[in-house]
Design a protein around this ligand. Structure first.
Ligand code: FPP
Ligand code: MG
Length: 328
């Protein structure tokens, strides 16, 4: 597997400029807000989305010297939508931990965490609009409503215990794949790629995003995961993700009802959590999720093969493999 450092190599300089740009733009003079903002910026994750923007920009520009401010603005827009959405997600899920650190809601209560997320979204939009890059702002902010739709669909699906694959794929396409799709396409758009290329990158980002979320859902069941989130969170939240979905699909009507009843008890009963964890492991739920994830990655690699060999293409291929093999 290519390491993240190796994947980043062709855009190392661009990523440094990007970090400096974000640090300079996201400031405030409110004392508490400033403290919360520092926490949000310093506990950002692997930066998959800005990597995708900048690698896609480089792939289409051909040379680093032709990737500039527009691409940095695109990377900022997607990364800060992502940052704000996770701050809000932790409020919704009442999660205490994110990436091995206390969440904003755990540190400053939900009411302040909501405002922190709002501030980041508002500042993000202001910077985007003030930059005058209206095509990028329009292209990227479209995903914000999709993210909200995904989150509401997911909450409704958990409450009603809906168990169709169609519903699961709809949720993950909206809540995760939509933002990776606009990351990849905005990278191409930011350097003036043709419409056809922008659309191809959109699909590449989307399938990478589907695979990314499926791996996230697999990692929730793995002891060896290093996500910095407690294991089996999804079961405790009553979420029916692909590994469990596969088990439910193969169960008899009676067994399905029993398993769903156990799932409802997971929020307060660790024995039920352990039971479902074992069932998913023993009934091939993880293997099936890996199979589906590989299909998405194959599609991404096939679409990338349309481009001539380059450092940027190799890094994007490396990123595709990283997404499915990562433990963090
Ligand atoms: C993480 O999912 C959450 C998301 C990918 C999307 C969250 C979106 C919202 C809260 C809607 C708000 C939107 C905006 C634009 C602010 P997860 O809970 O499965 O993953 P986790 O285990 O990492 O928490
Ligand atoms: Mg969550």
């Amino acid at each position: 597997m290519m390491t993240l450092d190796a994947i980043r190599r062709p855009i190392e300089g661009l990523l440094k400029e990007f970090d400096a740009f974000v640090g300079a733009q996201f400031t405030t003079d409110g004392e508490l807000l400033s403290e919360m903002l520092t926490h949000a910026l310093s506990s950002r994750g692997k930066g998959i989305r800005p990597m995708l923007v900048l690698l896609s920009a480089l792939l289409h520009a051909g040379d680093e010297s032709r990737v500039g401010r527009r691409s940095h603005i695109a990377a900022m827009l997607v990364e800060m939508i992502h940052t704000a959405s996770l701050i809000h997600d932790d409020v919704i899920d009442e999660a205490d931990q994110r990436r091995g650190k206390p969440s904003a809601n755990a540190l400053w209560q939900s009411r302040n965490a909501v405002l922190l997320g709002d501030f980041i979204l508002a500042r993000n939009l202001s910077i985007g609009l003030e930059s005058g890059q209206f095509d990028l702002v329009t292209h990227i902010t479209r995903a914000m409503t999709t993210l909200c739709e995904g989150e509401v669909l997911q909450s409704e699906s958990a409450r009603k215990q809906l168990t169709s694959r169609e519903r699961y794929f709809d949720v993950i396409r909206r809540k995760t794949a939509s933002l990776l799709a606009v990351s990849a396409s905005a990278g191409a758009l930011s350097v003036g790629a043709r419409q056809e290329e922008v659309e191809r990158m959109h699909r590449i980002g989307e399938v990478l995003g589907m695979a990314f979320q499926i791996q996230d859902d697999i990692l929730d069941f793995l002891q060896e995961a290093k996500t910095g989130k407690p294991r089996n969170n999804d079961l405790r939240e009553g979420k029916i993700t692909l590994p469990l979905l596969h088990v439910l699909e193969r169960a008899s009507e009676e067994r399905r009802e029993e398993l769903l009843k156990r799932l409802s008890a997971c929020h307060a009963d660790e024995q039920e959590v352990n039971y479902l964890q074992t069932v998913v492991e023993n009934c091939g739920g993880l293997a099936e999720a890996r199979r589906v994830m590989e299909e998405y990655i194959e599609e991404a690699l096939h679409l990338l093969s349309h481009y001539p060999a380059s450092e940027a293409r190799s890094s994007l291929e490396g990123l595709a493999r990283f997404i499915v093999e990562r433990l963090s």
